[in-house]
Design a protein around this ligand. Structure first.
Ligand code: PS7
Ligand code: MN
Ligand code: MN
Ligand code: MN
Ligand code: MN
Ligand code: MN
Length: 359
């Protein structure tokens, strides 16, 4: 197991790890245990994207300022001493942007091969976020079609996966074949982001943001606000099942992707968030609490998932199977999505069975 060595770290490296711990819920620990070759590049990749997301999430920032900042973020991160401390952002992670000069120092010490990947993804994500922020501002109604929903998830998570896979292959820690199966990488990001969007529906509603596509929710309610009325709980739950079903279609690909990882520290890094996601999806499934609070898996469950996701693919598949079975058990025959969910759960179980037959 790899360990950081703080006695060999520069002041700006220490600062980067400080902001990593400050801003990440689950990523901080796994990043710090990464193979030394990728430790700093992925820490910086995380901090750059966290900076971008802090700007995207700041709903008090005027769109006239937000849009160009998102589009030009990759240029800002090349300017020595650049920070964002004038009058914002108002997000909880603003400290990171106030001290962004430290991240810039370390970005300049990064191997060109890695830096170019980080920069390329930052350009694409910043422009994608800007497009969606502008659209939400102009139409005041968020995402319409499933295609738009998945394109948003591509910008904020599929692209993260692309950058990470390129870093893993560049450093020889993953099978280069993963580069010709970018659809698998895309699924890794889509699965995490869709789970986040399902779980955060209430928090996003309070921020006047909507990521659930109209194409799906309009099958259950007439107006988005109606989703949150207590008298519509049954309709809202059926709608959330539809969203969970849509997320579950990525599960097979995620398992297949993880089979292509060669390094144990990289395996842990990719598997932990995926296990947390399937557990979170199960927690959200047919859970009315998502419509009025912020729900999270328990510390105990998270601990258990961590230890299981740091072994091997067989154990991670057992985790997936356990949660898929819990979803199948909770599935309600009165839900219009019942049959499709039942079939999808069966499909995932079958897929796991073909990789690891039970006898
Ligand atoms: C570079 C490790 C492993 C092939 C900050 C990890 C927001 C779910 O939506 O703020 O604002 O509520 O809770 C992580 C694929 C990305 C996708 C993405 C960068 C996995 C900025 C994580 C993480 C690809 C854009 C949660 C996607 O943030 O979300 C590194 C392979 C950041 C991964 C955002 C979302 C992360 C997320 P929201 P959160
Ligand atoms: Mn965001
Ligand atoms: Mn965010
Ligand atoms: Mn500073
Ligand atoms: Mn969210
Ligand atoms: Mn959240």
């Amino acid at each position: 197991v790899h360990k950081r060595d703080p006695s060999k770290e520069t002041a700006t490296e220490k600062s980067c790890f400080h902001f990593l711990e400050l801003t990440s819920r689950s990523f901080s620990a796994v990043i710090q245990e990464l193979n030394p070759e990728l430790l700093m590049p992925i820490c910086l990749f995380y901090l750059v994207l966290r900076g971008l997301d802090t700007i995207e999430d700041d709903m008090t920032l005027d769109i006239a300022e937000k849009e160009p900042l998102l589009r030009q973020f990759a240029e800002k991160m090349e300017i020595d001493g650049w920070t964002f401390d004038k009058n914002g952002p108002n997000e909880k992670d603003r400290e990171l942007l106030v001290h962004f000069d430290d991240i810039i120092v370390e970005l300049k010490n990064t191997k060109k091969e890695y830096y170019d990947i980080i920069r390329d993804i930052t350009v694409k994500m910043g422009n994608g976020m800007a497009d969606y922020a502008l659209n939400a501002e102009m139409n005041a109604n968020g995402v319409n079609t499933i295609e738009e929903y998945e394109l948003y998830c591509h910008y904020v998570a599929g692209l993260v996966g692309e950058g990470l896979t390129r870093l893993f292959v560049e450093s020889n820690l993953a099978n280069p074949q993963l580069l010709v199966r970018m659809d698998l990488t895309e699924s890794m990001g889509q699965f995490l982001q869709k789970t986040n969007i399902i779980r955060d529906v209430h928090e996003d509603y309070l921020d006047k943001r909507r990521f659930w596509p109209k194409q799906i929710w309009s099958q259950y309610v007439d107006k988005w606000d109606d989703m949150f009325l207590p008298e519509n709980r049954e309709k809202a739950l059926n709608c959330s099942s539809h969203m969970v079903l849509n997320a579950l279609k990525h599960a097979d690909d995620c398992i297949f992707y993880m089979a292509g990882i060669r390094d144990q520290s990289v395996f842990n890094f990719v598997a932990i968030p995926q296990s947390m996601a399937i557990a979170t999806l199960e927690l959200c499934f047919r859970n009315p609490a998502i419509f009025d609070s912020h729900i999270k898996i328990t510390k105990g469950d998270a601990c258990h998932l961590m230890s299981q996701s740091t072994q091997n693919l067989r154990v991670v598949c057992q985790v997936f199977r356990r949660y898929v079975r819990k979803i199948a058990k909770k599935n309600d025959p009165r839900d219009p999505n019942f049959l499709a969910i039942s079939a999808q759960c069966g499909k995932i179980e079958q897929f796991i069975e073909t990789i690891f037959p039970t006898q």
